[in-house]
Ligand binder design. Structure first.
Ligand code: GLA
Length: 382
């Protein structure tokens, strides 16, 4: 897709600037980023492109290749009613900037194109919010750092009603080629971890079950964690659930005296621990162990955190039973979207073929496989 050409086709003149923000895949550390845990996401080479030109008035015209049916959307710098469209993120961003004293001095025409499959759980919305924050900061000289951009992206999602953590926006903003980000979601301290899967291929498998975070039980899980934290703070010197250690869990179970809340906390604490173990295994080139931690993560998300659903579970199992797969798990929020698997390079085509057949025979439609590459965070293209 030539976004500059498309801009011209839609708006009738040349685009001034083109920007790109990637989607992400999280290797491990799921549902811990709102519990102060460690995560290990990578930015991808797929994401959202934006071609933009500033106007001399306060009007905004938007066109998204992914929502063609909606045609050109007309807003102004003062628009503040959410309308349940992709452009709500722009309305949210403008409202947040106004509130914090940043003046978007001119309107603009913006053409958007994203090549992340919608609803796949590879963070198309994070890439959109990061793209928007970055381009407005760049064009109006706000001087935001990439961490600020990640925070702003997360704030946009909260504004539209998704109480998500910072992981997706952080990855989209600060991603680095061939690396995962080892991020402490409590302190936002991070480092880059080289990713080399050697003889294995990271396979991303889409269940093709459509879901929206706002429809899912995401906010419910978060509330369960917040409730547990409130109780546990009276007994432990902790700021977040992931300040707890695996050895604290026995006491936690007694104190909570509630099976559901306990299982949520158990997942968070053990998953946090697994991120460290996985990262070590990856650094040592011990991919068999890394794969094992992926599968353990999936089991914990299924049994204790309960965010899987039949589609994800069927897909992960269909991948795991094939020779050549050393680990697999769901990624992202859950309830649909994608899974990842580490598959020996020699077996990728047979594993995906047979897993696809099993999945389709049980679920009724086929999954899609992607061979993603790790890419770099948000940047200006021209
Ligand atoms: C979604 C959210 C993230 C994170 C994951 C689960 O992708 O946007 O903040 O909570 O789910 O790990």
């Amino acid at each position: 897709m030539n976004v500059k050409e498309q801009f011209k086709n839609i708006f009738g003149y040349d685009a001034g600037h083109v920007y790109f923000a990637p989607g992400r895949v999280n290797l491990i550390g799921e549902h811990v980023d709102y519990n102060g845990g460690m995560v290990l996401p990578c930015a991808l080479t797929i994401g959202t492109y934006g071609a933009i030109s500033l106007r001399e008035d306060d009007k905004i015209r938007l066109y998204s290749e992914n929502f063609k049916d909606e045609g050109v959307i007309h807003l102004t710098l003062k628009s503040n009613e959410l309308e349940n469209g992709y452009y709500d993120y722009i309305i949210a961003l403008l409202a947040l900037l106004r509130k914090n004293g940043y003046e978007v001095a001119k309107g603009f025409d913006l053409y958007l194109y994203g090549n992340i499959p919608n609803g796949s759980g590879l963070s198309s919305s994070a890439s959109l919010t990061v793209l928007l924050g970055y381009l407005l900061s760049d064009l109006f000289g706000f001087g935001f750092s990439k961490v600020d951009i990640a925070r702003l992206g997360q704030a946009c999602e909260h504004y539209v009603g998704v109480n998500c953590g910072i992981m997706d926006h952080f990855a989209s903003s600060l991603g680095n080629d061939n690396s995962a980000i080892y991020l402490n979601t409590n302190t936002l301290k991070y480092s880059y971890v080289p990713v080399d899967f050697k003889d294995y291929q990271l396979v991303v498998a889409n269940t093709n079950k459509k879901r929206k975070l706002t429809d899912s039980k995401y906010n419910e899980r978060r509330a369960e964690c917040d409730k547990s934290l409130e109780i546990l703070k009276n007994h432990f010197n902790i700021e977040t659930l992931c300040d707890l250690k695996v050895m604290d869990l026995e006491k936690v179970e007694e104190l909570l005296d509630d099976d559901v809340l306990f299982r949520r906390v158990k997942h968070a604490v053990k998953e946090n621990d697994r991120v460290l173990k996985f990262s070590r295994a990856l650094a040592e080139g011990d991919l068999e162990s890394a794969g094992k931690y992926l599968t353990e993560s999936h089991e914990s998300l299924r049994k204790d955190y309960e965010v899987i659903g039949i589609e994800l579970d069927t897909l992960v199992n269909a991948l795991l039973v094939q020779e050549g797969t050393i680990g697999a798990r769901m990624v992202g929020a859950g309830f649909g979207g994608c899974a990842i698997a580490l598959v020996h390079k020699d077996s990728v085509s047979s594993v995906t073929k047979f897993a696809s057949n099993i999945y389709e025979s049980i679920i009724g439609y086929a999954p899609t496989f992607y061979y993603v590459e790790i890419g770099t965070g948000v940047h200006k293209i021209s």
